[in-house]
Design a protein around this ligand. Structure first.
Ligand SMILES: C[S@@+](CC[C@H](N)C(=O)[O-])C[C@H]1O[C@@H](n2cnc3c(N)ncnc32)[C@H](O)[C@@H]1O
Length: 398
């Protein structure tokens, strides 16, 4: 979605509403849709600017594939291969580059002069519309400044994104006040409420980060009158600074909910990290499993941690179609874990986000039954191609 005028967003929100289950309709209203469209345009303009600043406009004067653009631009292929491929496809999607299919992958060419685009007016519009989303802009703009140095191999993405001085970028971004991020937490919370089995459940959350998904989930369960529905909620996270901060920010829930906090690396056996087999009725993860190094391994560990009949509930950014480019990838392609997981020909042909079909195949291959996608992106994408948030659920068969 690129148009962000009031009528366009009203129309887009009205088009998606009938395709959503009623519980999700309020999350994708015109207010959210306008922020989504504004930020999509903002990231597009940043992409043009990074492309020009990194000297890549000259590299597409003649037809070129991603690897040639990386070589012509003098970039480090270990850093540049995935993000440049993304940029080329993203710019072509908007008509800034021509694209044609070829053996060995698509080729691209600039049809005219690529000039830098102004971005300030979009920040001003977002501020007036919903200032809570501004942390997404700050994060993307910070990354854009360092992108050329990253592409040349002078700085790692981990250094750019996770330097201690930049922790505040993440507290603003991973927040339920930031509708652009919180939408994943809210869709996840709705699925958790819907799929939490009757009786008293035991939740294991993976990659809980700064705790925003947990807060959204517990608030939703409380609103639904299900405060007594849990006998345990084990919050886990890999990064110690995130885990400490989450524990502090979730303190307000500790009296009413059986919360515990522990480190957990989803790339290592769960058993050796204190998670017993069949100990969870729900494994919950928001925007985390797509960075698993080996998705099959992590899904196998999750399956083992679940009791028979237990549910895996994963809220994710979903790639609507294999060719689609999503704006969060502009930032997250800097991370090696994001762009270079272990591949699988059927369900992990590339790094980054997965399509609904890839998630379904991955869960089924790991032994999950009754795999479902909420909302049904496969149904929505024909009408709203930029819709990219969903929850995947699967049941551990007995
Ligand atoms: C996009 S964030 C999601 C944060 C959180 N769910 C929230 O909503 O605030 C992804 C999280 O996965 C964590 N992560 C990355 N690699 C991990 C691993 N190997 N094991 C567990 N968590 C990991 C990151 O530290 C980060 O907190």
């Amino acid at each position: 979605m690129t148009a962000a005028g009031p009528l366009d967003v009203e129309r887009a929100a009205a088009a998606v509403a009938p395709l959503l289950p009623p519980a999700l309709v309020p999350l994708f209203d015109a207010r959210f849709t306008r922020s989504h469209a504004l930020f999509d345009e903002y990231v597009y303009r940043l992409t043009v600017n990074v492309f020009v600043e990194a000297g890549l406009a000259a590299a597409v004067r003649d037809w070129a594939g991603a690897a040639e653009v990386v070589a012509r631009g003098g970039l480090d292929p270990r850093h540049g291969a995935v993000p440049v491929d993304w940029m080329l496809r993203h710019l072509a999607r908007r008509g800034a580059l021509a694209r044609r299919s070829a053996d060995g992958g698509p080729r691209f060419r600039a049809e005219g002069v690529l000039d830098p685009l102004e971005t300030g007016s979009l920040v001003a519009q977002q501020r007036a519309h919903d200032a809570g989303c501004l942390p997404s802009y700050t994060l993307a703009e910070t990354v854009a400044r360092d992108y050329p140095a990253f592409l040349r191999g002078e700085r790692s993405g981990e250094e750019i994104l996770f330097s201690p001085a930049r922790l505040s970028l993440w507290t603003g971004y991973f927040s339920n006040d930031n509708a652009l991020y919180a939408v994943n937490n809210r869709v996840g919370a709705a699925a958790l409420e819907a799929w939490l089995p009757a009786g008293r459940g035991s939740v294991l959350e993976i990659g809980g980060g700064l705790g925003s998904a947990t807060a959204a989930a517990l608030e939703r369960l409380a609103e639904a009158g299900r405060s007594g529905a849990l006998q345990a909620y084990r919050f886990t996270e890999l990064v110690p600074a995130f885990l400490r901060r989450a524990q502090r920010s979730l303190e307000r829930f500790a009296g009413a909910w059986p919360l515990t906090f522990a480190p957990l690396d989803m790339n290592r056996a769960f058993g050796e990290q204190g998670v017993d087999p069949a100990s969870a009725t729900i494994v919950y993860a928001v925007n985390t499993l797509h960075v698993a190094h080996d998705l099959a391994f992590t899904l196998g560990e999750i399956r083992r941690a679940l009791a028979p009949g237990g549910q895996l509930i994963v809220s994710e950014c979903i790639r609507p179609t294999p060719e689609a480019t999503l704006y969060p990838e502009f930032v997250f392609s800097l991370l090696a874990t994001f762009r270079a997981p272990r591949l699988h020909a059927v369900y992990r042909p590339n790094g980054g986000f997965l399509t609904p079909e890839q998630w379904t195949a991955a869960l089924e291959a790991a032994g999950f039954a009754d795999v479902r996608v909420l909302p049904d992106i496969a149904r929505i994408r024909g009408t709203v191609p930029s819709f990219y948030v969903a929850v995947i659920g699967g049941t551990r068969a007995a």
